[in-house]
Design a protein around this ligand. Structure first.
Ligand SMILES: [Zn+2]
Length: 95
């Protein structure tokens, strides 16, 4: 068995994922003309997450970020999502 099979990798979380999904919801709410298909939304999430610094932590040991830090991270995520949707809209992968 591989090492990965002995460890609970669900405990390993990128803190930016939650922020990016919040930012996507916000962005779609503000931009009614954007495509909401699975391909476009997942592509935008992937592009946004790849453009941000990873923020991995072990879920069970996670200490919540302070309010100020949290707001700053959400602002970064919103900017990343905005840029990601520009790319996806320019070259969508949907059929
Ligand atoms: Zn689409």
């Amino acid at each position: 068995m591989a090492l990965i099979d002995y460890h609970d990798i669900d405990e390993l979380k990128n803190g930016n994922e939650e922020k990016v999904w919040m930012a996507i919801e916000h962005h779609l709410g503000e931009n009614s003309s954007l495509c909401r298909c699975r391909d476009c939304i997942l592509d935008a999430a992937a592009i946004a997450l790849n453009s941000l610094q990873p923020r991995y932590h072990v879920y069970s040991f996670h200490e919540k970020a302070g309010e100020e830090e949290d707001a700053a991270l959400l602002k970064e995520a919103r900017k990343a999502v905005e840029e990601a949707f520009k790319k996806v809209t320019k070259r969508p992968h949907h059929f």
